[in-house]
Write a new protein. Structure first.
Ligand code: ACO
Length: 404
């Protein structure tokens, strides 16, 4: 294949849109991004508005139902989430047996295990296969979606406890989604600023149109598999360092860099042909400063102001950002810090080990994944692209003993 531009490959069968860049796969009324101006709208609201005034529960309701809840609706929704936080014994066993694995592997497996025993999930999948997706099934789909939102934080916290040989901490019904997550993980009353940080992070990552993980969820859902399997597959896609894994990679790189004075050298190395990419910089859609990065930058600053920056993570990130914003290489390519550049710093200082950063991303994005699935099922069609075959045809079969 000949690459004619960054995104089109010429093949004997016709042009190939490399990485499906800018290919439209569905309509949506969930999220819109203006990548040139760095604006993100969720159900029409600017993300800055939601981050300043909302809670994750409010935003999750908005994403799932298309409008902000009133006080009673929010209360009922929060109660439903609280009631669904516990896991099936199968999922707990999976998390226990994968205690030594990276939590994203454990999360992927635990989501699949939970889905195998969720009667509503199985009933919904059966209805979809029978061609039924009317009001009753749609209500059931929202119920399954809400359960996924409720359970993922528990899976992450339980894995953390198993991985460290600690007793499990059961969910607490008087705590919000974010506060309960921190409580289950660390087993103590969480600091209010840490709760705010987790809540903010959950809001900022709740949906982002159709990145690789959401597309993966849609591909699986389009086969009428089941909602948990679609989410398990999305977790697998999110794990990669080019997607959700970048927040973990960014903090690891700050720890490795060790001092802000090295920022120039590090940024310069990333501009060399074949040099290492700067983690948390660049975005397929944003060709301007990521609005979520700006919010988390401010939060990280507030956090280190209160709790200090003993590892100089904020100072290092700030120095790298300064170099990136003045580097012709990054500016010509319109590469700016993305949300992952800033998001791991406060987590690190909260005591969240960096391998749990991407799972927390999943705990947020799950609502976007399931909302896109619900939207797609309104007019489902299996995804089945084509590939241009470039190999030989009619090759004669040689028995194994006669092969050289
Ligand atoms: N550091 C150095 N150079 C970069 C970086 C980076 N972080 N990102 C892109 N570039 C360069 C590429 O080398 C390429 O240069 P060239 O034109 O000389 O070949 C050019 O910028 C275009 O980059 P692509 O990789 O083609 O851009 P694409 O849209 O395919 O990739 C991506 C976007 C994957 C996010 C990329 O910028 C990257 O790898 N960033 C680092 C990982 C990261 O932060 N991922 C998080 C994404 S956001 C999220 O998932 C929440």
């Amino acid at each position: 294949c000949i690459e004619t531009s960054g995104k089109i490959l010429q093949s004997p069968c016709g042009p190939i849109i490399h990485g499906l860049e800018d290919v439209l796969v569905k309509t949506t009324s969930i999220t819109d991004i203006d990548g040139d101006r760095g604006i993100l709208w969720i159900r029409g609201y600017r993300v800055e508005e939601l981050a300043a005034h909302g809670s994750y529960e409010e935003v999750a309701y908005l994403i799932l139902r298309g409008r902000l809840p009133n006080r009673r609706e929010l209360q009922e929704f929060s109660e439903r989430l609280k009631a669904s936080r516990e896991l099936s014994p199968a999922a707990v066993e999976v998390l226990r047996s994968l205690a030594k694995a990276h939590p994203m592997f454990a999360l992927e497996a635990a989501v699949a295990a939970e889905g195998a025993f969720d009667e509503d999930n199985l009933k919904l999948a059966e209805a979809l296969r029978a061609g039924r997706y009317k009001e009753e099934e749609k209500a059931l789909a929202v119920k399954v979606a809400e359960k996924l939102v409720a359970k993922i934080p528990t899976m992450i916290a339980y894995h953390y406890r198993f991985s460290r040989g600690l007793e499990l901490v059961r969910p607490r019904h008087d705590l919000s989604h974010a506060a309960n997550f921190l409580y289950m993980m660390f087993g103590r009353e969480p600091d209010p600023l840490a709760v705010r940080g987790i809540d903010l992070y959950l809001i900022l990552h709740s949906d982002h149109e159709v990145p690789a993980s959401t597309f993966t969820a849609l591909v699986v859902a389009s086969t009428l598999s089941d909602m948990y399997s679609a989410v398990a597959a999305a977790v697998g896609a999110l794990k990669g360092p080019l997607h959700g894994g970048a927040n973990e990679a960014a903090v690891k790189s700050y720890l490795q860099i060790g001092d802000p004075s090295k920022a120039k050298e590090v940024v310069e190395a990333a501009t060399k042909p074949g040099g290492p990419k700067l983690m948390g910089v660049g975005h397929r859609v944003y060709k301007a400063y990521d609005p979520r990065a700006k919010i988390f930058r401010e939060f990280s600053q507030e956090y280190v102001k209160k709790f200090g920056d003993p590892q100089k993570l904020y100072a290092i990130a700030e120095a790298i950002e300064r170099e990136v914003l003045s580097s012709p290489y990054f500016q010509q390519r319109r590469l700016y810090p993305n949300v992952d550049f800033w998001s791991g710093i406060a987590f690190y200082y909260m005591g969240v080990p960096y391998e749990y950063f991407t799972p927390i991303f999943a705990a947020s994005r799950v609502v976007g994944w399931v909302a896109h699935i619900l939207e797609y099922w309104e007019n489902n069609r299996i995804f089945r692209p084509r590939a241009c075959y470039m190999g030989p045809h009619d090759v004669p079969y040689v028995p194994i003993d006669q092969r050289s």
